[in-house]
Ligand binder design. Structure first.
Ligand code: CMC
Length: 447
Protein backbone atom coordinates (compact mmCIF):
# COMPACT_ATOMS: atom_id res chain seq x y z
CA UNK A 1 0.00 0.00 0.00
CA UNK A 2 1.30 3.43 -0.91
CA UNK A 3 1.35 5.77 2.05
CA UNK A 4 1.49 9.50 1.58
CA UNK A 5 4.00 10.14 4.36
CA UNK A 6 4.87 13.57 3.07
CA UNK A 7 1.23 14.58 3.09
CA UNK A 8 0.30 13.79 6.68
CA UNK A 9 -1.78 16.73 7.80
CA UNK A 10 -0.34 19.18 10.30
CA UNK A 11 -2.77 19.05 13.14
CA UNK A 12 -1.23 21.42 15.61
CA UNK A 13 -3.89 23.60 17.19
CA UNK A 14 -4.11 26.85 15.22
CA UNK A 15 -6.80 29.02 16.82
CA UNK A 16 -5.52 32.51 17.68
CA UNK A 17 -5.85 34.06 21.12
CA UNK A 18 -7.39 37.46 20.30
CA UNK A 19 -6.10 38.85 23.65
CA UNK A 20 -9.69 39.95 24.23
CA UNK A 21 -11.70 38.45 27.03
CA UNK A 22 -15.29 37.90 28.00
CA UNK A 23 -16.22 38.68 31.59
CA UNK A 24 -18.85 36.65 33.36
CA UNK A 25 -20.28 37.95 36.61
CA UNK A 26 -21.91 35.58 39.06
CA UNK A 27 -24.71 37.73 40.52
CA UNK A 28 -25.06 35.34 43.46
CA UNK A 29 -21.54 36.01 44.75
CA UNK A 30 -20.70 39.23 42.94
CA UNK A 31 -17.48 37.64 41.61
CA UNK A 32 -16.35 38.23 38.04
CA UNK A 33 -14.31 35.85 35.88
CA UNK A 34 -12.49 36.54 32.62
CA UNK A 35 -12.22 34.05 29.79
CA UNK A 36 -10.05 34.35 26.68
CA UNK A 37 -11.66 34.80 23.27
CA UNK A 38 -10.22 32.67 20.48
CA UNK A 39 -10.47 33.26 16.76
CA UNK A 40 -10.41 30.71 13.97
CA UNK A 41 -9.75 31.52 10.30
CA UNK A 42 -13.49 32.03 9.60
CA UNK A 43 -16.63 31.95 11.70
CA UNK A 44 -17.71 33.36 15.03
CA UNK A 45 -15.26 34.26 17.81
CA UNK A 46 -15.21 31.57 20.46
CA UNK A 47 -15.04 31.92 24.24
CA UNK A 48 -12.50 29.51 25.70
CA UNK A 49 -14.24 28.03 28.74
CA UNK A 50 -11.86 25.14 29.35
CA UNK A 51 -11.03 26.51 32.80
CA UNK A 52 -14.60 27.58 33.57
CA UNK A 53 -15.35 24.81 36.08
CA UNK A 54 -11.94 25.03 37.76
CA UNK A 55 -12.32 28.77 38.23
CA UNK A 56 -16.03 29.18 38.94
CA UNK A 57 -17.09 25.77 40.28
CA UNK A 58 -19.99 25.91 37.82
CA UNK A 59 -20.77 23.98 34.65
CA UNK A 60 -22.06 25.47 31.43
CA UNK A 61 -25.29 24.00 30.05
CA UNK A 62 -25.73 23.47 26.30
CA UNK A 63 -27.73 20.35 25.41
CA UNK A 64 -27.68 19.85 21.64
CA UNK A 65 -24.43 21.86 21.49
CA UNK A 66 -26.14 24.82 19.85
CA UNK A 67 -23.48 27.25 21.12
CA UNK A 68 -20.55 24.96 21.79
CA UNK A 69 -17.49 24.31 19.62
CA UNK A 70 -16.46 20.79 20.61
CA UNK A 71 -13.10 20.84 18.83
CA UNK A 72 -10.72 22.74 16.57
CA UNK A 73 -10.92 21.55 12.99
CA UNK A 74 -9.42 22.64 9.66
CA UNK A 75 -11.58 20.44 7.44
CA UNK A 76 -14.95 22.01 6.79
CA UNK A 77 -16.45 25.46 7.27
CA UNK A 78 -20.16 26.24 7.23
CA UNK A 79 -21.76 29.66 7.37
CA UNK A 80 -25.36 28.69 7.91
CA UNK A 81 -26.74 32.21 7.50
CA UNK A 82 -25.06 32.73 4.15
CA UNK A 83 -25.54 29.15 2.88
CA UNK A 84 -21.77 28.60 2.56
CA UNK A 85 -20.04 25.21 2.75
CA UNK A 86 -16.26 24.96 2.24
CA UNK A 87 -13.96 21.94 2.40
CA UNK A 88 -10.38 23.05 3.19
CA UNK A 89 -11.40 26.43 1.74
CA UNK A 90 -12.94 25.18 -1.52
CA UNK A 91 -16.65 25.82 -2.08
CA UNK A 92 -18.88 22.78 -2.35
CA UNK A 93 -20.27 24.14 -5.62
CA UNK A 94 -16.84 24.24 -7.26
CA UNK A 95 -15.90 20.84 -5.89
CA UNK A 96 -19.17 19.27 -7.08
CA UNK A 97 -18.89 20.82 -10.56
CA UNK A 98 -15.13 20.69 -11.22
CA UNK A 99 -13.66 17.92 -9.10
CA UNK A 100 -14.40 14.26 -8.39
CA UNK A 101 -15.04 12.28 -5.24
CA UNK A 102 -11.57 10.77 -4.85
CA UNK A 103 -9.99 14.22 -5.22
CA UNK A 104 -12.30 15.45 -2.48
CA UNK A 105 -11.28 12.45 -0.35
CA UNK A 106 -7.63 13.42 -0.84
CA UNK A 107 -8.46 17.02 0.00
CA UNK A 108 -10.23 16.11 3.23
CA UNK A 109 -7.70 13.50 4.32
CA UNK A 110 -4.45 15.29 3.47
CA UNK A 111 -5.43 18.97 3.41
CA UNK A 112 -5.06 19.75 -0.30
CA UNK A 113 -6.17 18.77 -3.77
CA UNK A 114 -3.74 16.23 -5.21
CA UNK A 115 -1.34 17.09 -8.02
CA UNK A 116 -1.28 14.71 -11.03
CA UNK A 117 1.12 12.17 -9.48
CA UNK A 118 -0.56 12.30 -6.09
CA UNK A 119 -3.92 11.77 -7.73
CA UNK A 120 -2.70 8.78 -9.70
CA UNK A 121 -1.19 7.27 -6.55
CA UNK A 122 -4.27 7.93 -4.46
CA UNK A 123 -6.73 6.57 -7.04
CA UNK A 124 -4.50 3.53 -7.48
CA UNK A 125 -4.29 2.91 -3.72
CA UNK A 126 -8.04 3.19 -3.20
CA UNK A 127 -8.84 1.13 -6.30
CA UNK A 128 -6.52 -1.68 -5.17
CA UNK A 129 -8.05 -1.95 -1.72
CA UNK A 130 -11.70 -2.36 -2.62
CA UNK A 131 -11.77 -6.14 -2.11
CA UNK A 132 -12.96 -7.45 1.23
CA UNK A 133 -11.48 -10.29 3.22
CA UNK A 134 -13.24 -13.30 1.66
CA UNK A 135 -14.50 -14.48 5.02
CA UNK A 136 -16.54 -11.29 5.38
CA UNK A 137 -19.06 -12.90 2.97
CA UNK A 138 -19.91 -15.50 5.57
CA UNK A 139 -20.35 -12.78 8.11
CA UNK A 140 -23.03 -11.23 5.86
CA UNK A 141 -24.84 -14.55 5.71
CA UNK A 142 -25.52 -14.41 9.44
CA UNK A 143 -28.02 -11.59 8.87
CA UNK A 144 -31.68 -12.13 8.05
CA UNK A 145 -32.41 -11.30 4.41
CA UNK A 146 -35.00 -8.73 5.48
CA UNK A 147 -32.59 -6.88 7.79
CA UNK A 148 -32.44 -3.13 7.32
CA UNK A 149 -29.26 -2.46 5.28
CA UNK A 150 -28.10 0.07 7.89
CA UNK A 151 -28.25 -2.69 10.53
CA UNK A 152 -25.95 -4.77 8.32
CA UNK A 153 -23.68 -1.76 7.76
CA UNK A 154 -23.26 -1.08 11.48
CA UNK A 155 -22.42 -4.76 12.06
CA UNK A 156 -20.11 -5.36 9.12
CA UNK A 157 -18.15 -2.12 9.34
CA UNK A 158 -17.63 -2.73 13.06
CA UNK A 159 -16.54 -6.26 12.15
CA UNK A 160 -13.70 -4.93 9.96
CA UNK A 161 -11.75 -4.58 13.22
CA UNK A 162 -11.94 -8.37 13.55
CA UNK A 163 -10.41 -8.81 10.06
CA UNK A 164 -7.73 -6.12 9.76
CA UNK A 165 -5.63 -6.48 12.89
CA UNK A 166 -2.67 -4.75 11.30
CA UNK A 167 -4.34 -1.34 11.26
CA UNK A 168 -5.79 -1.10 14.75
CA UNK A 169 -2.90 0.57 16.57
CA UNK A 170 -3.95 4.18 16.57
CA UNK A 171 -0.62 5.37 17.98
CA UNK A 172 1.12 4.30 14.74
CA UNK A 173 0.66 6.94 11.97
CA UNK A 174 1.06 4.31 9.23
CA UNK A 175 -1.62 2.09 10.72
CA UNK A 176 -3.92 5.08 11.08
CA UNK A 177 -3.50 5.91 7.43
CA UNK A 178 -3.94 2.32 6.29
CA UNK A 179 -7.18 2.10 8.30
CA UNK A 180 -8.41 5.38 6.76
CA UNK A 181 -7.64 4.22 3.19
CA UNK A 182 -9.14 0.79 3.81
CA UNK A 183 -12.36 2.32 5.08
CA UNK A 184 -12.71 4.65 2.07
CA UNK A 185 -11.88 1.83 -0.35
CA UNK A 186 -13.96 -0.97 1.18
CA UNK A 187 -17.11 0.84 2.23
CA UNK A 188 -18.61 0.82 -1.33
CA UNK A 189 -17.99 -2.92 -1.52
CA UNK A 190 -19.75 -3.43 1.82
CA UNK A 191 -22.63 -1.17 0.76
CA UNK A 192 -23.07 -3.06 -2.55
CA UNK A 193 -22.89 -6.45 -0.80
CA UNK A 194 -25.54 -5.29 1.65
CA UNK A 195 -27.84 -4.56 -1.28
CA UNK A 196 -27.06 -7.81 -3.11
CA UNK A 197 -27.64 -9.77 0.08
CA UNK A 198 -31.05 -8.16 0.61
CA UNK A 199 -32.26 -9.13 -2.89
CA UNK A 200 -30.63 -12.56 -2.94
CA UNK A 201 -28.32 -11.89 -5.89
CA UNK A 202 -24.70 -13.09 -6.16
CA UNK A 203 -22.07 -10.74 -4.77
CA UNK A 204 -20.12 -8.94 -7.52
CA UNK A 205 -16.39 -8.46 -6.95
CA UNK A 206 -14.99 -4.94 -7.49
CA UNK A 207 -13.52 -4.08 -10.90
CA UNK A 208 -10.26 -2.13 -10.95
CA UNK A 209 -10.80 -0.78 -14.48
CA UNK A 210 -13.73 1.33 -13.33
CA UNK A 211 -13.89 4.66 -11.53
CA UNK A 212 -14.96 4.80 -7.88
CA UNK A 213 -18.60 5.65 -8.73
CA UNK A 214 -18.77 3.33 -11.75
CA UNK A 215 -17.41 0.45 -9.72
CA UNK A 216 -19.99 1.04 -7.02
CA UNK A 217 -22.84 1.09 -9.58
CA UNK A 218 -21.38 -2.06 -11.16
CA UNK A 219 -21.10 -3.95 -7.84
CA UNK A 220 -24.65 -2.87 -6.97
CA UNK A 221 -26.54 -3.38 -10.22
CA UNK A 222 -24.57 -5.82 -12.38
CA UNK A 223 -25.26 -9.55 -12.39
CA UNK A 224 -22.79 -12.26 -13.50
CA UNK A 225 -25.09 -13.52 -16.28
CA UNK A 226 -25.01 -10.49 -18.57
CA UNK A 227 -22.92 -7.39 -19.35
CA UNK A 228 -23.78 -4.22 -17.47
CA UNK A 229 -23.68 -0.89 -19.27
CA UNK A 230 -22.76 1.99 -17.00
CA UNK A 231 -24.38 5.30 -17.91
CA UNK A 232 -21.87 8.18 -17.79
CA UNK A 233 -24.58 10.56 -16.56
CA UNK A 234 -25.52 8.23 -13.73
CA UNK A 235 -21.90 7.63 -12.75
CA UNK A 236 -21.31 11.39 -12.70
CA UNK A 237 -24.49 11.93 -10.65
CA UNK A 238 -23.41 9.20 -8.22
CA UNK A 239 -19.99 10.82 -7.88
CA UNK A 240 -21.64 14.20 -7.24
CA UNK A 241 -23.92 12.71 -4.59
CA UNK A 242 -20.82 11.28 -2.89
CA UNK A 243 -19.08 14.69 -3.01
CA UNK A 244 -22.12 16.48 -1.57
CA UNK A 245 -22.22 14.12 1.40
CA UNK A 246 -18.46 13.80 2.01
CA UNK A 247 -18.20 15.90 5.16
CA UNK A 248 -20.31 18.36 7.11
CA UNK A 249 -18.43 19.68 10.11
CA UNK A 250 -19.39 18.51 13.62
CA UNK A 251 -22.82 16.98 12.92
CA UNK A 252 -24.28 14.21 15.11
CA UNK A 253 -22.56 11.25 13.42
CA UNK A 254 -19.19 13.01 13.12
CA UNK A 255 -19.34 14.05 16.75
CA UNK A 256 -20.20 10.43 17.59
CA UNK A 257 -17.12 9.23 15.69
CA UNK A 258 -14.94 11.78 17.48
CA UNK A 259 -16.36 10.89 20.89
CA UNK A 260 -15.90 7.16 20.28
CA UNK A 261 -12.38 7.81 18.98
CA UNK A 262 -11.48 10.04 21.91
CA UNK A 263 -11.24 6.93 24.10
CA UNK A 264 -8.71 5.52 21.56
CA UNK A 265 -11.20 2.97 20.22
CA UNK A 266 -10.09 1.49 16.89
CA UNK A 267 -11.13 3.37 13.71
CA UNK A 268 -13.42 0.64 12.35
CA UNK A 269 -15.42 0.61 15.60
CA UNK A 270 -15.55 4.43 15.54
CA UNK A 271 -16.94 4.54 11.99
CA UNK A 272 -19.53 1.89 12.93
CA UNK A 273 -20.67 4.22 15.73
CA UNK A 274 -20.98 7.05 13.18
CA UNK A 275 -23.12 4.83 10.95
CA UNK A 276 -25.41 4.07 13.92
CA UNK A 277 -25.86 7.78 14.61
CA UNK A 278 -26.42 8.60 10.93
CA UNK A 279 -29.25 6.08 10.74
CA UNK A 280 -31.69 8.27 12.69
CA UNK A 281 -34.42 10.09 10.69
CA UNK A 282 -33.38 13.49 12.09
CA UNK A 283 -29.96 12.95 10.44
CA UNK A 284 -29.05 10.68 7.49
CA UNK A 285 -32.27 8.72 7.71
CA UNK A 286 -34.11 11.82 6.47
CA UNK A 287 -33.73 10.96 2.76
CA UNK A 288 -35.57 7.70 3.34
CA UNK A 289 -38.16 9.54 5.43
CA UNK A 290 -38.73 12.09 2.62
CA UNK A 291 -39.77 9.36 0.21
CA UNK A 292 -42.05 7.76 2.78
CA UNK A 293 -43.62 11.17 3.44
CA UNK A 294 -44.13 11.91 -0.29
CA UNK A 295 -45.82 8.53 -0.73
CA UNK A 296 -48.02 9.22 2.27
CA UNK A 297 -49.01 12.63 0.88
CA UNK A 298 -49.80 10.85 -2.37
CA UNK A 299 -51.35 13.78 -4.26
CA UNK A 300 -50.76 17.51 -4.64
CA UNK A 301 -54.22 18.23 -3.23
CA UNK A 302 -53.17 16.83 0.12
CA UNK A 303 -50.09 19.08 0.51
CA UNK A 304 -51.92 21.82 2.48
CA UNK A 305 -53.18 19.21 4.94
CA UNK A 306 -49.58 17.99 5.58
CA UNK A 307 -48.24 21.54 5.79
CA UNK A 308 -50.81 22.28 8.50
CA UNK A 309 -49.87 19.06 10.29
CA UNK A 310 -46.19 20.06 10.22
CA UNK A 311 -47.05 23.40 11.83
CA UNK A 312 -49.04 21.75 14.61
CA UNK A 313 -46.60 20.94 17.44
CA UNK A 314 -49.00 18.36 18.89
CA UNK A 315 -49.04 16.29 15.69
CA UNK A 316 -45.42 15.16 16.16
CA UNK A 317 -45.09 15.45 12.36
CA UNK A 318 -42.34 17.42 10.60
CA UNK A 319 -41.82 18.01 6.91
CA UNK A 320 -38.95 15.66 6.27
CA UNK A 321 -36.16 17.14 4.18
CA UNK A 322 -36.86 20.64 5.52
CA UNK A 323 -34.88 22.57 8.09
CA UNK A 324 -31.33 22.31 9.28
CA UNK A 325 -29.56 22.96 12.55
CA UNK A 326 -26.93 25.13 10.88
CA UNK A 327 -28.35 26.37 7.55
CA UNK A 328 -30.84 29.14 8.10
CA UNK A 329 -30.58 29.88 4.39
CA UNK A 330 -30.79 27.55 1.37
CA UNK A 331 -28.57 24.48 1.92
CA UNK A 332 -25.96 24.90 -0.90
CA UNK A 333 -25.91 21.13 -1.36
CA UNK A 334 -29.67 21.09 -1.94
CA UNK A 335 -29.28 23.53 -4.82
CA UNK A 336 -26.75 21.30 -6.61
CA UNK A 337 -28.76 18.19 -5.79
CA UNK A 338 -31.90 19.76 -7.28
CA UNK A 339 -30.09 20.33 -10.60
CA UNK A 340 -28.57 16.84 -10.58
CA UNK A 341 -32.00 15.42 -9.83
CA UNK A 342 -33.39 16.92 -13.06
CA UNK A 343 -30.38 15.71 -15.10
CA UNK A 344 -30.86 12.15 -13.86
CA UNK A 345 -34.59 12.14 -14.49
CA UNK A 346 -34.05 13.50 -18.02
CA UNK A 347 -31.33 10.94 -18.79
CA UNK A 348 -33.54 8.14 -17.59
CA UNK A 349 -36.60 9.76 -19.15
CA UNK A 350 -38.46 9.34 -15.92
CA UNK A 351 -41.63 11.25 -15.29
CA UNK A 352 -41.88 10.67 -11.60
CA UNK A 353 -45.09 11.93 -9.99
CA UNK A 354 -43.21 11.99 -6.68
CA UNK A 355 -40.82 14.58 -8.16
CA UNK A 356 -43.77 16.74 -9.24
CA UNK A 357 -45.17 16.37 -5.77
CA UNK A 358 -41.80 17.29 -4.23
CA UNK A 359 -41.52 20.43 -6.42
CA UNK A 360 -45.01 21.52 -5.45
CA UNK A 361 -44.34 20.85 -1.78
CA UNK A 362 -41.14 22.87 -2.01
CA UNK A 363 -42.99 25.76 -3.71
CA UNK A 364 -45.79 25.86 -1.16
CA UNK A 365 -43.51 25.48 1.88
CA UNK A 366 -41.18 28.24 0.63
CA UNK A 367 -44.14 30.63 0.45
CA UNK A 368 -45.67 29.61 3.77
CA UNK A 369 -45.28 32.14 6.61
CA UNK A 370 -44.36 29.46 9.19
CA UNK A 371 -41.54 28.00 7.08
CA UNK A 372 -40.33 31.42 5.89
CA UNK A 373 -40.20 32.87 9.42
CA UNK A 374 -38.42 29.83 10.85
CA UNK A 375 -36.08 29.74 7.83
CA UNK A 376 -36.94 26.14 7.05
CA UNK A 377 -35.55 25.49 3.57
CA UNK A 378 -35.28 22.14 1.77
CA UNK A 379 -32.08 20.37 2.79
CA UNK A 380 -29.86 17.97 0.82
CA UNK A 381 -31.96 14.96 1.78
CA UNK A 382 -35.06 16.43 0.18
CA UNK A 383 -33.72 15.80 -3.34
CA UNK A 384 -31.25 12.97 -2.82
CA UNK A 385 -34.06 10.50 -2.09
CA UNK A 386 -35.75 11.25 -5.42
CA UNK A 387 -32.53 10.86 -7.45
CA UNK A 388 -31.58 7.65 -5.71
CA UNK A 389 -35.05 6.22 -6.32
CA UNK A 390 -34.74 7.12 -10.03
CA UNK A 391 -31.34 5.40 -10.15
CA UNK A 392 -32.95 2.19 -8.95
CA UNK A 393 -31.94 2.14 -5.27
CA UNK A 394 -34.58 0.92 -2.86
CA UNK A 395 -35.53 3.41 -0.14
CA UNK A 396 -33.83 1.37 2.56
CA UNK A 397 -30.45 1.86 0.80
CA UNK A 398 -30.56 5.68 0.80
CA UNK A 399 -28.91 6.15 4.17
CA UNK A 400 -26.34 3.49 3.28
CA UNK A 401 -25.21 5.69 0.37
CA UNK A 402 -24.95 8.64 2.72
CA UNK A 403 -22.78 6.52 5.05
CA UNK A 404 -20.61 5.44 2.10
CA UNK A 405 -19.90 9.04 1.15
CA UNK A 406 -19.57 10.35 4.70
CA UNK A 407 -16.95 7.72 5.61
CA UNK A 408 -14.17 9.96 4.25
CA UNK A 409 -15.40 12.83 6.42
CA UNK A 410 -15.58 10.61 9.47
CA UNK A 411 -12.09 9.13 8.99
CA UNK A 412 -10.57 12.53 8.22
CA UNK A 413 -12.16 14.05 11.34
CA UNK A 414 -11.10 11.03 13.41
CA UNK A 415 -7.52 11.29 12.12
CA UNK A 416 -7.43 15.02 12.73
CA UNK A 417 -8.53 14.46 16.33
CA UNK A 418 -6.14 11.59 17.05
CA UNK A 419 -3.25 13.58 15.57
CA UNK A 420 -4.00 16.64 17.70
CA UNK A 421 -1.29 16.42 20.41
CA UNK A 422 -3.48 17.82 23.18
CA UNK A 423 -6.63 15.85 22.46
CA UNK A 424 -8.51 14.55 25.49
CA UNK A 425 -11.14 11.89 26.03
CA UNK A 426 -14.58 13.47 25.45
CA UNK A 427 -16.38 13.61 28.79
CA UNK A 428 -19.29 16.04 29.04
CA UNK A 429 -20.79 16.84 32.44
CA UNK A 430 -24.49 17.19 33.26
CA UNK A 431 -27.09 19.21 35.07
CA UNK A 432 -28.29 16.56 37.52
CA UNK A 433 -32.00 16.68 38.36
CA UNK A 434 -32.44 13.25 40.01
CA UNK A 435 -32.83 12.40 43.65
CA UNK A 436 -30.22 13.64 46.09
CA UNK A 437 -28.46 10.95 48.20
CA UNK A 438 -30.93 8.83 50.18
CA UNK A 439 -30.61 5.67 52.33
CA UNK A 440 -31.15 2.24 50.74
CA UNK A 441 -34.55 0.68 51.53
CA UNK A 442 -34.64 -3.12 51.95
CA UNK A 443 -37.16 -4.97 49.73
CA UNK A 444 -39.37 -5.96 52.69
CA UNK A 445 -39.55 -2.32 53.84
CA UNK A 446 -40.50 -0.82 50.46
CA UNK A 447 -44.10 0.38 50.05
N1 CMC B 1 -41.09 20.73 9.81
C1 CMC B 1 -41.81 21.54 10.64
N2 CMC B 1 -41.29 22.32 11.60
C2 CMC B 1 -39.95 22.27 11.77
C3 CMC B 1 -39.13 21.46 10.96
C4 CMC B 1 -39.74 20.67 9.96
N3 CMC B 1 -39.01 19.89 9.16
N4 CMC B 1 -37.85 21.61 11.33
C5 CMC B 1 -37.86 22.49 12.35
N5 CMC B 1 -39.13 22.88 12.60
C6 CMC B 1 -39.54 23.90 13.60
C7 CMC B 1 -39.51 23.34 15.02
O1 CMC B 1 -40.75 22.81 15.39
C8 CMC B 1 -39.11 24.55 15.83
O2 CMC B 1 -40.24 25.34 16.04
P1 CMC B 1 -40.38 26.25 17.38
O3 CMC B 1 -39.22 27.22 17.33
O4 CMC B 1 -41.69 26.91 17.23
O5 CMC B 1 -40.31 25.30 18.53
C9 CMC B 1 -38.18 25.32 14.90
O6 CMC B 1 -38.56 24.95 13.56
C10 CMC B 1 -36.71 25.00 15.11
O7 CMC B 1 -36.57 23.60 15.09
P2 CMC B 1 -35.57 22.77 15.99
O8 CMC B 1 -36.04 21.37 16.13
O9 CMC B 1 -35.29 23.54 17.26
O10 CMC B 1 -34.28 22.85 15.09
P3 CMC B 1 -33.04 21.90 15.19
O11 CMC B 1 -31.90 22.69 14.69
O12 CMC B 1 -32.93 21.29 16.53
O13 CMC B 1 -33.40 20.71 14.16
C11 CMC B 1 -33.54 19.36 12.23
C12 CMC B 1 -32.88 20.58 12.90
C13 CMC B 1 -32.85 19.08 10.91
C14 CMC B 1 -33.40 18.13 13.15
C15 CMC B 1 -35.05 19.68 12.00
O14 CMC B 1 -35.18 20.80 11.15
C16 CMC B 1 -35.81 18.48 11.45
O15 CMC B 1 -36.27 17.63 12.23
N6 CMC B 1 -35.97 18.39 10.07
C17 CMC B 1 -36.60 17.25 9.46
C18 CMC B 1 -35.60 16.11 9.36
C19 CMC B 1 -34.55 16.33 8.29
O16 CMC B 1 -34.86 16.70 7.16
N7 CMC B 1 -33.29 16.06 8.65
C20 CMC B 1 -32.16 16.16 7.74
C21 CMC B 1 -31.18 17.21 8.15
S1 CMC B 1 -30.00 17.58 6.85
C22 CMC B 1 -29.02 16.21 6.67
C23 CMC B 1 -28.38 15.68 7.90
O17 CMC B 1 -27.92 16.43 8.76
O18 CMC B 1 -28.32 14.46 8.01
Amino acid sequence: MHLAEDKMSDNTAKAKDTKNTVTITDNATGKSYEFPVLEGSCGPRTVDIRKFYAETGMFTYDPGFTSTASCESALTFIDGDEGVLLHRGYSIKELANKSDFLEVCHLLLYGDLPNKTQKEDFVNTITRHTMLHEQMQFFFRGFRRDSHPMAIMVGTVGALSAFYHDSLDITDPKQREIAALRLIAKIPTIAALTYKYSIGQPFMYPRNDLSFAENFLYMTFAVPSEPYKISATLARAMDKIFILHADHEQNASTSTVRLAGSSHANPFACIASGIASLWGPAHGGANEAVLKMLKEIGHKDRIPEFIEKAKDKNSGFRLMGFGHRVYKNYDPRAEIMRKTCHEVLNELDIKDPLLDLAMELERIALEDKYFVEKKLYPNVDFYSGIILKAMGFPTSMFTVLFALARTVGWVSQWKEMVEEPTHKIGRPRQLYTGSPARPFVRLEDRP
